[in-house]
Design a protein around this ligand. Sequence first.
Ligand SMILES: *Cc1c(COP(=O)(O)O)cnc(C)c1O
Length: 394
Amino acid sequence: MRARATRLAHMGRPASGWANTPIVKGSTYLFDSLEQWRDARRQRETQRVLSYGARGNETVYALEDAITELEGGHRSKLFPTGLAAIAATLLACLKTGDHVLISEGVYEPVRRLCATQLVHYGISHSFFSARDAGWQRHLRPETRMVYAESPSSLLYDMLDLPAIAQACRARGIVLCADNTWGSGLACRPLALGCDISVVAATKYLGGHSDVMMGSVTTTGAHFDAIENVSVNLGQTVAAEDAFLVLRGLRTLELRMQRHAQSALDIAVWLAGQPAIRTVFHPALPGDPNHALWRRDTQGSNGLLTVEFDPALPAAAVEAAIGRLQLFGIGSSWGGYESLVLPVDVARTRLAGQAAPPGYLLRLHIGLEDPADLRQDLGALLDALPDLSQQQAIA
Ligand SMILES: *Cc1c(COP(=O)(O)O)cnc(C)c1O
């Protein structure tokens, strides 16, 4: 098989003509005869045929194919956001009476979706920890799905996906992975034994903070259920958006390399700063997830989270964050630009610790020059109160 960079330059392109897949706009698709129309309606139950705008068009198909190739799956379906892709997957695989076991550290809105929506349909959920060797005791007779995010949001805890896949397969449980961190490049959950991989294409696939999109890629056995939900709930994506994500894909490997290289560079530097107690970044040697990261991924990305020394008051850290000039404050990540956002300790496993952790800040390292980013973060560190005095007070 050709290298990923080569395939990324060719996937989802027209076989002839335009180098880039054109943006196709349309709701009504015309047929030459009623016979042809009937044919298409019959065929579309089992295969991809043009029939109506909501079912997709050439631009959308091109992105579906590219993501399928990237993820190494049977087929993919696109959704208007990453969260919509997750919601569709849960609805496709679960029914009243079923239970879904979710990894701790999951993207927070998934908790909310389960707690405030799926409960109304009689679908129950509970959580397991990546660090719990006995996690299988949380499986119930009615568990139909394990929903795993590895590395997790915020602290990047990794799961042993191949081992989880084996346990699920033995019990006929569907294993779904949120692969937004890996975005089909640094990680391919289907190759690790998962049945379904969901990606928020809003992040690295789009890559430019200008488009929302989610994808679901499945093995052969699970695609029909996903497509059914997509059709029944009228989920569709705009061709312009599919075009933007396709455009993002062309530079995915180049961008991810730069994000990962700069993030590791900054992670190593931050780990040596007295004001920083912990740097969470699986590519950092010494991170507790490093061994699994080496075994199960083919790269990293621009995300890292730092824990400031607990002696530093939150107000002082937040005042220092105000000194940042290159890092924006805002949701999401995976775009070209650097971002910071405070992490709510209560939403992490650190909330269970005996001693409260220090202030937590998530950084997304963008494509700017890492020396400039280090300098910007240096201004933040310089603005912090003297640590030895703080420790004396504490
Ligand atoms: C951002 C994100 C999502 C949701 O993506 P949206 O497009 O913002 O809905 C899902 N999972 C993870 C891990 C994310 O980081």
